[in-house]
Ligand binder design. Sequence first.
Ligand SMILES: Cc1cc2nc3c(=O)[nH]c(=O)nc-3n(C[C@H](O)[C@H](O)[C@H](O)COP(=O)(O)OP(=O)(O)OC[C@H]3O[C@@H](n4cnc5c(N)ncnc54)[C@H](O)[C@@H]3O)c2cc1C
Length: 404
Amino acid sequence: MSPLSFELTTEQRDLRDWVHGFAADIVRPAAGEWDEREETPWPIIEEAARIGLYSFDFLANGFADATGATLAIVNEELAWGDAGITLAIFGSSLAVAGIVVNGTPEQVGEWVPQCFGTPGDIKLAAFGVSEPDAGSDVSSLRTQARYDAVRDVWTLNGVKTWITNGGIADVHVIVASVEPELGSRGQASFIIPPNTPGLSQGRKFRKLGIRASHTAEVILENVVIPGSCLLGGRERLEERLARAREGVRSSTQAAMATFEATRPIVGAQALGIARAAYEYALEYAKERVQFGRPIIENQSIAFALADMATSIDATRLLVWRAAWMAASGQRFENAEGSMAKLTAGETAVRVTEQALQILGGYGYVREHPVERWYRDAKIYTIFEGTSEIQRLVIARAVSGVHIQ
Ligand SMILES: Cc1cc2nc3c(=O)[nH]c(=O)nc-3n(C[C@H](O)[C@H](O)[C@H](O)COP(=O)(O)OP(=O)(O)OC[C@H]3O[C@@H](n4cnc5c(N)ncnc54)[C@H](O)[C@@H]3O)c2cc1C
């Protein structure tokens, strides 16, 4: 058994420095512009594809790291540059995780490369679970998928909302109900191939933060897809439905399985925002002079920075533990993935607020990036499960009681 170590390998250090260079030289300088434009930063995704950061190989190597640290490090560094652009680059990976977690090896081989495309011809992917009346309560999805055994096709109808890359993606992974009476156990994930008739973009949302990331409704009107687009295949679905009808608990609910795999990574992004704000505030506090001395010489400012540094390190330990558990195939018995995501989201909100306070009026205006980080941080207590839902998952896991 290898000894406990928090030391990164040479490859992990090199990777961190490489991604940090991209975040510092390309992402951060562009962040303000894309935040103002509220548009997908295509040239930056293109650049990420050109250097190999936006690619199937890169993500596959990350998933293959048995320590789990690689993707956590990459997401922290990139979000340190800008979270909106990070989501524009890595938004596709939620759909990719949906395919990898729920699909057969053939489906992974066929569809995942199409989620990325190639440099010069990049593609995007989207993962659609949420609906206007089904956010936290994913068991009540109304989008339905009906199977026609004669033609071997599925027909999907419904409306998805808040979908990252929704409508502009080439590949959409959509979670739909195939047997509504079974709640979340009667759901399955489907690939909607590029240019499938009936899928269209609804409203595009204007947001508080992460504005370089596209968020929109996805409308599905008689979307007909081949039987082979059911992730995991028909046999596995029928077995699962049969178990659910008999009341046997299943560990593979389509949406939940995907979120379990991605929570530590989302937590790492929140961590990146928190670190960016902390570092900026630390430097500012050393420079800014009031009452004849740098403001950091006041204990209230220095202690705030001490708290920020401490909670960032504590968050990183939780994120790395969850990433390590996920990568080494251990079950989150005590909802360790949710613990990481909960702590990371709330740390990002608190630390960016503290950083803004340390900058005073300068923190409130757009000449400094802190107000953007403050806006960007908030989404991390909302998407991929709100903080309340993470607490619910943790409370149920540690207590064994079905807390409402
Ligand atoms: C920018 C953005 C990007 C997104 N990207 C995607 C995406 O790519 N794909 C996707 O499928 N979804 C996406 N979402 C949706 C996101 O996951 C949902 O917004 C989130 O799950 C919450 O659902 P809701 O907004 O309907 O809130 P609701 O579920 O209506 O919750 C409202 C409030 O009630 C609380 N609440 C609800 N139930 C309980 C309970 N049982 N106990 C205690 N409190 C409770 C919540 O915590 C929250 O505070 C995105 C959202 C945003 C804003």
